[in-house]
Write a protein of this length. Structure first.
Length: 321
């Protein structure tokens, strides 16, 4: 599939251009079949893993706050992959996939909103770990069900609002380059590269979104773990220190994965954009990290392991009955 040339600035601004082409991995056509089935298998395993954790959390009547946030995180990951992967698989199947401007804007909005909600949820989970380690006697009083629900709602609404503002700002720009997005989804840097504006004005909205969705939650996470580290220094027992640290290791691993990839992609000027490199990194945080999240939590979280064991026992009893 070939690219369609975009109109010049005056025509684009009037709304004449209504379609983009997602090139995907068109430079790797000889590996298209292999890539398609690899992504499909990873996608199905990711869906199964996150769905398993989400169902396990929902079926647990007494959910501690960490399990509640973990269920929210699994739901975000389910939606996250469904927004990106089907279109990427279609692009691999046909060697380039058309997407309308409205569809591209919707995909960008939901991708940014879900990614931002994940950042906020990670900050909420860090606060939960801070209270559990630094104020264990007040944990039940501070981390009540009402607070958890309010935090989850604030994460969703905050990310939705910032993503909407960013998407509107991006798609108000004029596009005068060929309408080929050298990516497998409508990522913000890839679409910004098509804008024919000069200077850094087009990147101000992305910078503001990065501050709100990446920097602010990261500072909250950093502050929480600094307090946790100070508290652990006062613990003389190595067993107690190791037990406290083990409750944080899963969250730390996921935070490093998510923020490492997101910072590499978004916190840099448009002039440093590299399509091939960005597609590889995007593959990691849209396919590999969502696949690793259930593995990390199912292996490290004893509550999840316990719930899964109960589910398996009930299934065996049902089959025997």
């Amino acid at each position: 599939m070939t690219c369609k040339g975009c109109m010049e600035r005056d025509n684009v601004s009037s709304g004449a251009t209504m379609e983009f082409i997602l090139l995907g991995f068109s430079e790797l056509l000889h590996l298209r079949v292999l890539l398609f089935f690899t992504f499909l298998i990873v996608h199905l395993v990711t869906l199964a893993g996150n769905m398993m954790i989400f169902i396990a959390v929902v079926m647990e009547p007494s959910r501690p706050p960490m399990l509640f946030f973990l269920g929210q995180l699994s739901a975000v990951e389910l939606c996250y992959t469904l927004v990106i992967v089907p279109k990427a698989l279609l692009s691999l199947a046909v060697g380039g996939s058309p997407i309308s401007m409205l569809g591209c804007a919707a995909q960008m909005h939901f991708f940014v909103a879900l990614g931002g909600a994940e950042c906020f949820l990670l900050a909420a989970m860090a606060y939960d770990r801070y209270v559990a380690v630094c104020q264990p006697l007040r944990y039940a009083a501070l981390m009540g069900e009402g607070l958890c629900l309010r935090l989850a709602l604030a994460c969703a609404l905050g990310a939705f609002t910032v993503a909407l503002g960013l998407t509107v700002a991006v798609f108000r720009l004029p596009f005068c380059q060929p309408c080929c997005i050298d990516h497998f989804f409508c990522d913000v840097p890839a679409v910004l590269r098509l804008a024919c504006t000069q200077g850094y004005a087009a990147e101000l909205a992305l910078l503001a979104a990065c501050v709100l969705l990446l920097l602010l939650p990261f500072l909250l996470i950093l502050a929480s773990y600094l307090c946790i580290a100070v508290a652990l220094l006062g613990v003389t027992s190595l067993v107690g220190r190791g037990k406290a640290f083990s409750t944080c290791i899963s969250h730390l691993a996921i935070t490093l994965l998510h923020y490492g990839c997101a910072t590499f992609i978004y916190v840099r000027p448009k002039s440093n954009y590299s399509p091939a490199r960005d597609k590889v990194v995007s593959l990691v945080y849209t396919n590999v990290t969502p696949l690793m999240y259930p593995l990390i939590y199912s292996l490290r979280n004893k509550e999840i392991r316990g719930i899964l064991r109960k589910m398996l026992r009930k299934k065996k009893i049902g089959e025997l009955g």
